[in-house]
Write a protein that binds this ligand. Structure first.
Ligand code: XIL
Length: 460
């Protein structure tokens, strides 16, 4: 038992998304979040990638990265039609080469526009926005799981739109941005991201909720809503936060906490926030807006999980403990591939199964199928995507299997929980993507060490 436990923890450190039992606590935020199929991320600044104290913590603790400024409009298109991805790529490459994913932030926003865009209006600005979305999304096509397509489009009070040059091009600018984004990279999940949308009773929250509801009813492509969650005395953590996340998720979108910081970093508040996300199956992950307090855009509020010396604060421990207490999520009772050789003990059934486990292992009508493709590769590593498709009837809970041909090892996996036995990999659905409608599909992704390979994948 001791050996199994030790191996489980080791596995969690070396492969952040490995599934570990609820009693084998993970020791980093990313590994702890991965136990329930979620990620834990941070904002990263390109100009700090040379600071080894910074990169050591960031690399160890987080498995999702958001560029703090480097993918914004002024950074990626400083002159009209001249795209510059130098610093964005520095962050992207650092993240992926360290087994992390990247959230794209952000494509259409009233702030941090380059001067040329600030001075545009009307159809010229509308066309420039479309061109910008196309240019940036083409550069990262297939490589970014979540894009903040539109940021901060709602006014602070009243529940209506914020005035901006983009808003003055016409109220449909947001849906045009989302439709453009869908066509530019169909694999990316498209998010609306905002602040002060955490309290369910606030008019701004209702305004955004009504927009998402309207988009869903009219088929405007939107997949997720980001809650920045910059909490402070003027905008405190609300007791109805969980209700807000739940209500948005019920519209059929993923929700994520995208820029979390809490003035004073109360351990209790941080734990409450994590527990709220864990209680909502479609809350896919949490990102804190910086690594150490000294890295924060609001450093005087000391709002993060590490102090300026890189020490773990009480809030860090509270977050880690909350993540480690999450119910283990194993949607299917399928036995491990090879119990004798598996370093991962069998997982216990989830107390709140998101899907109904079926003891019947015979193929379901219509069944499912899966294919793997390489998205990106570099010396010694690669990133792949597996598409899981339902046949002529819906799938409720899926498991895919493949065998590595040449000693490849997964460093990070998302949208599923994996167990590995030698060269054989088994991935089950995450709590939020087990149900696939007839004729539809979902994707999981991973980064791996070794030479890129695309073995055949079976699905059950
Ligand atoms: C902030 C960055 O942290 C700062 O470095 C920059 O000077 C301004 O922008 N909402 C957002 C983020 O969506 O992009 C903002 O980031 C913080 C508020």
């Amino acid at each position: 038992m001791l050996l199994a436990g030790a191996l489980g923890v080791l596995g969690a450190i070396t492969a952040v998304a490995v599934s570990v039992p609820a009693d084998a606590a993970a020791s980093t935020l990313g590994a702890a979040a991965a136990q329930s199929g979620r990620y834990f991320g941070t904002a990263i600044s390109a100009n700090k990638l040379g600071d080894s104290a910074y990169t050591t913590i960031a690399n160890r603790e987080f498995n999702m990265v958001t560029a703090e400024n480097e993918m914004k409009i002024d950074a990626t298109e400083p002159n009209q039609n001249q795209f510059n991805f130098t610093n964005a790529d520095r962050i992207y490459n650092w993240a992926v080469q360290n087994g992390k994913q990247v959230r794209g932030h952000t494509l259409a926003w009233y702030a941090q526009q380059p001067g040329w865009m600030q001075s545009l209006s009307g159809s010229a600005l509308r066309q420039a926005m479309i061109n910008h979305i196309n240019g940036v999304m083409a550069h990262y096509k297939g490589k970014i799981p979540y894009w903040d397509v539109v940021n901060e489009a709602y006014a602070d009070s009243g529940g209506g739109r914020r005035d901006s040059n983009l808003q003055r091009t016409g109220n449909d600018w947001i849906e045009v941005a989302f439709r453009t984004a869908r066509a530019a990279d169909p694999a990316a999940k498209l998010c609306y991201n905002d602040y002060n949308t955490d309290n369910w009773t606030w008019a701004k929250t209702q305004g955004v909720y009504n927009m998402v509801k309207d988009f869903k009813s009219r088929g405007v492509p939107i997949d997720c809503v980001g809650f920045q969650s910059h909490f402070n005395s003027g905008s405190p953590y609300p007791s109805n936060y969980r209700q807000t996340l739940q209500n948005f998720a019920a519209l059929g979108v993923d929700v994520a906490i995208t820029e979390l910081d809490v003035e004073g970093a109360s351990a209790t508040t941080y734990a409450n926030i994590v527990n709220d996300c864990l209680a909502v199956p479609r809350c896919v992950g949490i990102t804190t807006w910086g690594v150490r307090d000294s890295d924060s855009w609001r450093s005087s509020q000391t709002p993060l999980l590490f102090d300026g010396n890189g020490n773990k604060k009480p809030a860090y421990t509270a977050v880690l403990n909350a993540l480690n207490s999450a119910p283990n999520t194993s949607p299917s009772p399928t036995p491990p591939v090879s119990p004798s050789a598996s370093p991962t003990p069998p997982v216990s059934p989830s107390p709140t199964p998101p899907v109904s486990p079926s003891p019947d292992t015979s193929p379901q009508p219509g069944g499912c199928s899966a294919t793997m493709r390489t998205i990106n590769s570099w010396p010694g590593g690669f990133q792949s995507e597996v598409t899981v498709s339902a046949g002529s009837s819906a799938v409720n809970g899926w498991t895919v299997n493949w065998t590595w041909p040449g000693g490849q090892t997964i460093s990070s996996l998302w949208n599923g929980t994996q167990s590995v036995s030698g060269s054989s990999v088994t991935v089950r659905n995450a709590p939020y993507n087990g149900s696939i409608a007839a004729g539809s599909s979902t994707t999981l992704g991973f980064t791996a060490n070794g030479t890129a390979a695309t073995p055949s994948v079976t699905c059950s």
